[in-house]
Write a protein that binds this ligand. Structure first.
Ligand code: TXA
Ligand code: MG
Length: 346
């Protein structure tokens, strides 16, 4: 059902910005959906205590009902109100990284609506490090369930324009506050046992977590799609652009050969990669997503790059492979999910 989606542009928390926040908060209290910026990606928020409001998230995104949502709070002090227990591991991570791009999974309490956790007995909690997000969370004074504000299966939104493209007419409002800073989602960490388990790599790296907790496990189901994954969302197709994405793992000469080979077959090839790679290639259709020398810049532009190719001039995207370390783990996790094939140089 098409409806009017309100659109507020907020660049700072001046009086006008605060008024917009109040309007958005009022709609959230009325069980409506509001998209808002965080430091990672834009979220699609609903009152996490209301089953009716949360059901609207699944409908607007076309999200499978067994994929649980993360609950967002303004301040870490509120966490005990929404979980059964804050485990020692969680305490360490909360102290070290919140507010910030991390989500802790803890035993859930009855305060959260059933459909938020998709029937699991755990809940993901996150304190976003973004002034507009936290102002909105404070104004509404409710826990807010918020997945990324994209249609299910599409790249996550790192600007309000992406949200508008996917969800205009389906939600009550969009708070536009420029592009997000991190660009990939939060790291999801299961904190229910003695050793933290990374269920989804993200803005806080494994190395950073290790520095705080010593050992860290990475959920093996992240690579093996066969078992039931611990973060249910990881099993679905994700981050898909409008045309196939193939990753090319090799030198720039090898990359150029792949561009030439596919072009000869009559395909309109787009290339997505670092400025270092693209400056070496002869290709007319490309999207630079940052510098290989600073993977943070790649993370920031990754989803926008994936969304930038249009079907009228691109049949296939060839994407660069990045080092699987630091933020590169999150980048490669998303690229491998988005890609249908990897071409490796022998
Ligand atoms: O950065 C982020 O985390 C963004 C912003 C908006 O906060 N949110 C986000 O939400 O990425 P979403 O719904 O797109 O991804 C949440 C991930 C999914 O893979 C989901 O399965 C997992 O977290 N998850 C949520 N609750 C969980 C739980 N109780 N146990 C295991 N995994 C959970
Ligand atoms: Mg998502």
């Amino acid at each position: 059902m098409e409806r009017q989606t309100k659109y507020w542009i907020i660049r700072e928390l001046d009086q006008k910005g605060q008024q917009a926040i109040e309007m958005a908060a009022t709609l959230l209290k009325q069980q409506e959906l509001i998209a808002f910026p965080t430091e990672t990606v834009y979220g699609l928020g609903a009152d996490a205590t209301s089953e009716v409001a949360v059901a609207k998230i699944f409908a607007a995104k076309d999200r499978p009902a067994d994929n649980p949502l993360i609950v967002h709070l303004a301040d870490a002090e509120q966490i005990p109100n929404y979980v059964k227990q804050v485990t020692p591991i969680a305490k360490k991570l909360i102290h070290a990284f919140m507010p910030g791009p991390i989500t802790v999974i803890l035993p859930s309490s009855e305060a959260i609506a059933m459909n938020v956790t998709a029937g699991l007995n755990t809940v993901g909690i996150r304190i976003p490090d973004h002034p507009i997000a936290r102002a909105l969370l404070r104004a509404v004074n409710l826990p807010i369930a918020a997945p990324s504000a994209n249609t299910s299966g599409r790249p996550s939104p790192t600007s309000a324009i992406h949200v508008f493209h996917d969800l205009n007419g389906k939600i009550a409002g969009i708070v536009d506050s420029a592009a997000t800073e991190v660009g990939v989602e939060s790291t999801v960490v299961d904190c229910t046992s003695d050793v933290p388990i990374i269920l989804r790599p993200g803005g806080i790296t494994r190395e950073q977590i290790e520095d705080v907790t010593g050992v860290v496990t990475v959920d093996s189901t992240m690579d093996q799609q066969t078992d039931k994954p611990k973060a249910p969302g990881m099993k679905y197709t994700h981050y898909e652009p409008d045309m196939p994405l193939w990753l090319v793992d090799g030198t720039s000469d090898f990359f150029q050969q792949q561009v030439n080979r596919l072009s000869t077959q009559g395909l309109k090839v787009g290339v997505m990669g670092s400025e270092e790679l693209i400056s070496k290639l002869h290709v007319s259709n490309s999207s630079i997503c940052g510098s290989k020398l600073n993977l943070d810049t790649i993370a920031v532009r990754l989803y926008d790059s994936l969304r930038s190719f249009k079907t009228n001039d691109t049949d296939i995207i060839l994407g660069e492979v990045f080092p699987n370390e630091g933020i590169g783990q999150a980048i490669m996790n998303r690229l491998e999910k988005a890609a249908s094939k990897i071409i490796k140089q022998s």
